[in-house]
Design a binder for this molecule. Structure first.
Ligand code: SF4
Ligand code: SF4
Length: 235
């Protein structure tokens, strides 16, 4: 219903599935029927996604957004035709840019995994509204995107602090935390989408979850060493 519903992950998935171009049509800016002005969010998401595409080595021209009213059928047809022509000129995704299909797929898969993280990190800019094209052009920079991916935060559970309260494993949206009653919890880094929920919900009296950036995540405690022996049971 609203172009604001078009998530960054939808666009990346389309490219990952081999679409050569993605076109998003939204209502005219400042003519939203709701207070949310979702089309501004979409515009910002597209600008962010275009920079991510540059980072990956894809031509950002493959993603286009235009704003028009429901009564502008001719304009819609013209824009769609022009975009289709442009995409045909650009050629097949990846191949035209000299990126191997499988390499592109795996790069996009890595980035798709980070979408919740990207959205949290760029939350303010994604919700911002600007007055002129210049401000929009400078909203995201390639250097910023490079930094975003080089400074990715990982989460790690300190085995000496975890009290197996199980709050984090219940709240993790992708079941990336292995645990159980009286077992030190561990994060499966392959499954983790770096949303930070576990860090937020681990009770402060335990403070067992660390944010890690710029250094490798320590390896997990082996399964056979995860049992927590409570002091009262030791006696
Ligand atoms: S950051 Fe924590 S809660 Fe979020 S996906 Fe990773 S392990 Fe799960
Ligand atoms: S919320 Fe904290 S203390 Fe509780 S299981 Fe998770 S890491 Fe351990």
């Amino acid at each position: 219903m609203c172009s604001g519903r078009v998530d960054l992950s939808f666009v990346l998935r389309a490219f990952s599935n081999g679409m050569d171009g993605v076109f998003i049509g939204g209502c005219r800016l400042n003519e939203c029927n709701y207070v949310t002005h979702g089309n501004y969010h979409t515009l910002n998401m597209v600008l962010l996604c275009r920079k991510i595409m540059e980072y990956v080595g894809l031509n950002p021209e493959r993603l286009k957004i235009e704003f028009m009213s429901a009564g502008e059928g001719i304009l819609f047809a013209e824009i769609s035709n022009d975009f289709a022509k442009k995409i045909k000129e650009l050629g097949p995704i990846g191949k035209s840019e000299g990126i191997d299909r499988e390499v592109l797929k795996s790069k996009l898969a890595e980035i798709m995994k980070l979408v919740p993280y990207i959205k949290m990190q760029k939350n303010e800019k994604l919700a911002s509204r600007h007055r002129n094209t210049q401000e929009y052009e400078n909203l995201f920079t390639l250097e910023e995107i490079e930094r975003l991916f080089s400074d990715v935060i990982s989460y790690y559970i300190d085995p000496d602090k975890c009290q197996a309260c199980m709050i984090c494993s219940r709240r993790c949206p992708v079941e990336a935390i292995e645990g159980g009653k009286n077992l030190i919890h561990v994060i499966d880094q392959e499954k983790c989408i770096k949303c930070g929920t576990c860090f937020e919900v681990c009770p402060s009296r335990f403070g067992a979850i660390e944010k890690i950036s710029g250094r490798p995540v320590p390896s997990s405690v082996p399964k056979e060493k995860r049992a927590i022996v409570r002091k009262s049971k030791e006696k």
